[in-house]
Design a protein around this ligand. Structure first.
Ligand code: GLY
Ligand code: MN
Ligand code: MN
Length: 437
């Protein structure tokens, strides 16, 4: 069960009125995917659909009419006793109305019949073309019928450069949902705190058992066992469990090598709990006798993260936070004797990207890389209370790289430290601060 109340889902739908005054909004959920023959992959609802409906069943479509007052409809798989016997319960038409507060609900099999009637009342269709073949076809046939009505069969075309033709507009509503998802409610913050707490339990367990006789896979299953045991049905993303040089593959998921000669183990993993993600990285030391240059690199990353997090407050941008990480990482790379260039040159010529090739932050929420925008109309998003994102600087010295680490003592080392940060009125709260280091 989720902890988002029915009222909060209603408020989310109402918030779409900030963007839509008069029009029909159509959003398909995820469909079930066949794995093989008659067995499906695990189902996980589309995050935008979940955000607006809280409805966890596959093959559903939501429709909201903005007149501008809101009428909310769900197309769902009807309750079916055979389905109940073989696969489980479905809320069906009655459940969609009673439990999910749809003003009316219809069988999904009637989409092609009912949706064209609904659309025909509107000139503005808020739908992401390409997100569902059936809806694409309904929308495009309505669009072309309307177009013919405007232009006639051999019509008098009014050609106005850069304007639509005066008939139907099809507008992608996903950016609106993405913007709504940017500020988290108190309940959402609580759910992300809870997801982080599960991840914390997993990391703490690993910290007590980790040794060089384990394989990456041993670590992964121990970690994910704790996630599952504490209520996380899915990871927020595939766990990255990377010893030694494998940590230089940013999204390494093979997780199948021995740790016997690795100095560090990078674990980047996060439990998903009640649809909300966590995203944590720790770089564990596997032996107490690590080369001092490698430890220096570790401490540079740690310091860069500290510097970046301390700058998080309303009014800053994620670019500012990235710069705060670079303010430590670039002098650090110089102190590791990887560059003779000036700090300005290393920055302006992007030389540092040989060792730090990813951004410092991304939004976090229903998705690990939450879909909210980083800029709107080319203006960087300024941080506001309720936003949640990661701060995850790293340094990577890969064996595949051509860099001039003259004694090669750094080669085969990847370090990243990642925490989840909430922007507050006066600064920030590091939500995962107490996870082991
Ligand atoms: N776990 C993927 C990331 O940190 O972005
Ligand atoms: Mn991560
Ligand atoms: Mn991340």
């Amino acid at each position: 069960m989720n902890n988002i109340s029915t009222d909060e889902f209603i408020t989310r739908r109402e918030n779409l009125s900030n963007y839509i005054n008069d029009g029909i909004f159509i959003l398909p959920g995820n469909t079930s995917f066949v794995r093989n023959h008659d067995v499906n992959f695990d189902f996980r609802q589309n995050s935008d659909f979940w955000y607006l409906t809280g409805f966890n069943e596959p093959n559903s479509v939501m429709v909201i009419l903005f007149k501008p007052e809101i009428e909310y409809y769900l197309f769902v798989e009807p309750y079916d006793v055979h389905h109940h016997i073989w696969e489980g319960y479905r809320a069906g038409i009655e459940g969609a109305k009673n439990d999910f507060k749809a003003d009316n609900a219809f069988p999904i099999s009637e989409l092609e019949k009912i949706l064209p009637e609904m659309i025909s009342e509107f000139n503005n269709i808020y739908y992401r073309v390409g997100s569902d073949k059936r809806i694409d076809s309904i929308v495009s046939s309505f669009y072309s019928t309307q177009l013919r009505q405007v232009t006639g069969k051999r019509g008098n075309y009014n050609i106005n450069k850069n304007q639509n033709n005066g008939s139907v507009s099809i507008i992608d509503p996903v950016p609106f949902i993405s913007e709504l998802r940017m500020i988290k409610s108190e309940n959402e913050i609580k759910l992300i705190d809870d997801a982080i707490d599960v991840t914390k339990k997993g990391f703490e367990h690993i910290n007590t058992i980790l040794n060089q006789n384990m394989t990456e896979y041993d670590v992964q299953v121990e970690l994910e066992y704790i996630f599952r045991k504490n209520g996380s049905r899915f990871n927020a993303y595939p766990s990255i469990v990377a010893g030694g040089d494998n940590a230089c593959v940013l999204h390494y998921i093979d997780n199948n090598r021995s740790l016997s000669d690795a100095d560090f183990l990078l674990i980047d993993a996060g439990a998903e709990l009640d649809y909300y993600a966590s995203d944590i990285t720790r770089t564990f030391r596997l032996n107490s006798n690590i080369d001092s240059l490698r430890m220096e690199a570790y401490n540079i990353v740690k310091e860069a993260q500290k510097n970046a997090i301390s700058a998080v407050k309303p009014g800053q941008t994620l670019k500012d936070i990235h710069m705060k990480a670079l303010d430590v990482l670039i002098p650090g790379l110089k102190s590791l004797k990887l560059f003779d260039h000036s700090i300005d040159e290393i920055l302006s010529d992007n030389l540092y990207t040989e060792f730090y090739m990813h951004g410092t932050s991304h939004w976090l929420g229903l998705d690990v890389h939450d879909s909210s925008p980083y800029s709107i109309n080319k203006s960087e998003i300024e941080l506001k209370p309720g936003m949640i994102f990661t701060v995850e600087p790293g340094l990577y010295f890969s064996a595949r790289s051509q860099y001039s680490d003259f004694n090669k003592s750094l080669t085969g080392t990847g370090i990243r430290i990642e925490d989840d940060i909430l922007v507050t009125e006066n600064g920030n709260r590091n939500m995962s601060e107490d996870i082991v280091y």
